[in-house]
Design a protein around this ligand. Structure first.
Ligand code: BYC
Ligand code: FE
Ligand code: FE
Length: 471
């Protein structure tokens, strides 16, 4: 079991005080981080007390503590899950050999790149969500937003620790760069495309935490299988925090669907815009947008990078150790539909090259599960329409299907045919203007905006009427 040092400048369970050089480097990075938080973190209420949980340990019981905290005073710490004794490499060419405790020289660049890419998404999401507190539909929602934000900040710390500890000078430079890029900045954008998209209304926030954080869940799970043990341990603990983000997203969309279904039942055949609700087609359009950008985050369907990550043992599949039976990925294939001579044909590719697609399969299945729950809300209210996920080829910007046009069902179509239906698939300017118009803050404890159902339950031992943010 590791020892937790909660009183240190940087709370940690990695014996930071036993490595003075590393401690000093991270303590120098800390004020830069805080500066970043002040400049690009939550635009509002950094001076207010928020009912937040803080990670203080890595044991299943009592890993977190709830208290009122101003977000800049949040105790961002470095916590690795306890080491598994005699842990082995879980996949690829080194399967079964002892896991690496230091960076294997031949995989150094690859590993740094994976860690930097993972790291970059964390501050990006905070930047994207910067203005949302302005229009929070309830105090509890605002609290959840800040909770997600501080924990994404901690995830950045988790990755920066690895960069500083294991990658020397270039690791420290990468850590500095992570505070310089900005979501949506044309000159110094965040690395992955979707982390530059705006997220300025609460339906998008729920969709973000549902779909984008869920990519986080799958990527972190794949990295938790890494043969580089410190990466595996840090990702395992990040996943503990991630569960809440996913629930904010999944239940958030569910609450909107529930309210919409109620309004549809009360006012059959009417435009919900007259009643301040979110029309079902607007919810569907938001799903289309965030789902398709999120599946881009898995990378190309056929990818030599993915093959290298797997072969080296740096990145496994979802639950590689627990669920897979064969761990080299050799002498197996996966069928991927590709476009050839203007037609979709099935191509069998070596399994290792299809690892991104394997991860995406699990992700899509998980999304389908959530869709079924949302559709239950419609069913319960006697509404006949259903929400759906588009085909995975629809509206893609990365991989085999980028720079081509597929309809909602995944059929190859001409650009004109796609463009003609855009307004039916994605928010129009009118939709967006309406959505913005109903995003009015609702800040009285226990009250919730009219376009969304109340949260299903309170949080951190408190009920709905609790003052989650002391404005
Ligand atoms: N946007 O072989 P390919 C989270 C690039 S979310 C822009 O197809 P690969 C969180 C790629 O870099 C989890 N560029 O893909 C969620 C490559 O460039 P080069 C984040 C992209 O490398 C919410 C080229 O295209 N974690 O934690 O196999 C809130 C061809 O690449 C994109 C990770 O992603 C894109 N979407 O896979 C907070 C895990 N996709 O070589 C946090 C670490 C690809 O031509 N990352 N490219 O210059 C990885 O494992 C891999 O980098 C990826 C891409 C799966 C992302
Ligand atoms: Fe995260
Ligand atoms: Fe998250």
């Amino acid at each position: 079991m590791s020892t937790v040092d909660l009183l240190a400048k940087i709370p940690n369970n990695v014996d930071l005080k036993g490595d003075k050089k590393l401690q000093r480097a991270l303590e120098e990075w800390q004020p830069e981080y805080l500066k970043w938080w002040h400049e690009t973190g939550p635009a509002l209420h950094q001076d207010k007390d928020v009912w937040l949980r803080t990670a203080i340990d890595v044991t299943a019981e009592g890993w977190a503590q709830f208290d009122y905290v101003r977000t800049p005073d949040y105790r961002w710490g470095i916590f690795l899950a306890d080491a598994v004794p005699d842990r082995k490499v879980q996949c690829g060419d080194h399967f079964g050999q002892p896991a690496w405790q230091e960076v294997p020289g031949e995989y150094r660049n690859m590993l740094r790149r994976i860690i930097v890419t993972q790291a970059d998404t964390e501050p990006a999401s905070v930047e994207q969500q910067r203005w949302l507190a302005q229009t929070a539909p309830s105090l509890m929602d605002m609290r959840n937003l800040f909770q997600v934000n501080v924990e994404e900040g901690r995830h950045l710390w988790a990755m920066v620790y690895l960069l500083h500890k294991y990658f020397g000078k270039d690791g420290r430079e990468e850590a500095d760069e992570l505070l310089r890029r900005r979501a949506g900045d044309p000159d110094k954008p965040r690395i992955l495309q979707a982390f530059n998209n705006p997220c300025n209304d609460w339906l998008s926030f729920y969709a973000f935490t549902m779909f984008m954080d869920r990519d986080g869940k799958f990527q972190l799970a794949a990295l938790a299988e890494s043969g580089f043990d410190p990466l595996s341990r840090t990702c395992r603990f990040m996943l503990t925090e991630e569960a809440h983000h996913l629930s904010v997203g999944e239940t958030g969309v569910q609450r909107v669907v529930k309210r919409t279904a109620e309004l549809m039942r009360e006012h059959p055949g009417k435009d919900l815009r007259s009643y301040g609700g979110v029309p079902l087609d607007v919810i569907q359009k938001i799903i289309n947008y965030w789902f398709t950008y999120s599946i881009d985050l898995f990378g190309g369907e056929i990818s030599s990078n993915a093959a290298d990550y797997f072969a080296s043992g740096m990145k496994g599949r979802f639950r590689e150790e627990a669920k897979e039976t064969e761990h080299t990925g050799l002498d197996q294939g996966k069928v991927i539909p590709v476009v050839q001579d203007g037609k979709l044909v099935n191509r069998e590719v070596p399994l290792r090259n299809a690892m991104n697609e394997c991860l995406r399969d699990g992700y899509i299945q998980d999304c389908e599960r959530a869709l079924a729950i949302w559709n239950k809300e419609l069913e319960k209210s006697g509404v006949e329409q259903r929400l759906t996920l588009p085909n995975r080829r629809f509206h893609r910007h990365v991989g085999e299907y980028a720079n081509m046009f597929f309809d909602y069902e995944g059929n190859l179509v001409a650009k004109e045919a796609f463009d003609a239906r855009k307004a039916a698939w994605f928010l129009t300017d009118d939709d967006l203007a309406y959505l913005r118009s109903i995003m009015k803050p609702c800040l009285e404890p226990g009250k919730v905006a009219g376009w969304v159902a109340p949260p299903l339950k309170g949080i951190g031992g408190k009920d709905m009427n609790f003052e989650y943010v002391r404005l």
